[in-house]
Design a binder for this molecule. Sequence first.
Ligand SMILES: [Zn+2]
Length: 285
Amino acid sequence: MKKAKIAYNYVKFLSLFLFSAIIMLIPFETKASGITVYNGIDYSSVYDFNYYVSRYPDIAYYFGNDPQGALAHFVTFGISEGRQGCENSEPMTPAAGQGLLSGFTVILDAGHGGRDPGCVRNGVCEKNVNLSIVMKIKEMLEAQGATVLLTRPDDTFVSLEYRYCFENIHPEAVFVSIHCNALAGNSSISGMSAYCYTPGNEKSFDLAACVYSGAVYATGAKDRGIKTLSDIKVVYYSTIPSVLIETGYLSSSAEFPLLTSPDYQDTIATGITNGILTYKLLNAS
Ligand SMILES: [Zn+2]
């Protein structure tokens, strides 16, 4: 009798467990999302939440419970990646003026400038590499509809105080500072790193994580990590989400030719732009 009761309880428990597992699966499988309009464009002819989420495991992982996020992902990446919401439909391109970053302001800060060259290797000044990368990011962000502000649009000296004051009179913006590193007497150290300061400014870490991982992923550069505490003034005194990216080492024999090549600078800019898009996407209310 006792054994039978234990067995009965066991079966009861098991069926309850299985039943709840099935119940947990049902809403996911059958949850309908009627959201198909993004930035005023109706994607219903090519987009279907259930299809999109169920077909791709990565989409399901990130957006299974977030119909709005899934639609934003579809518009941002799905179309260009060839992933469709509905089978056998033609890709759609968002109309002009409907950029994913419209209404979003980014301050780009090219480190150094003018009488301050930054680090110098083989006659190449860091300030010029920084500005070149910044101008590429600017073009890519503007293509997505962002408002881009520059702390310096050319080779002029601007103080650190000017830079963080510039940040703090634009509370609507995020701030991305671009630098290159150098290490005296060492040509083998290479890679990227990022700096942000988070006490009282928690969004800075989110921005740093998005922008930095975008850049590392795009370039395949050695990942030297995000430093959250630093005495770097442009992030320390910032009251808006802000990050400084060290894009690589001009002193590295492997990275010097990369950092000075327009193609690699394009790749860095693409990664950083993708990171800013991701940040915007994750912080869209
Ligand atoms: Zn620098």
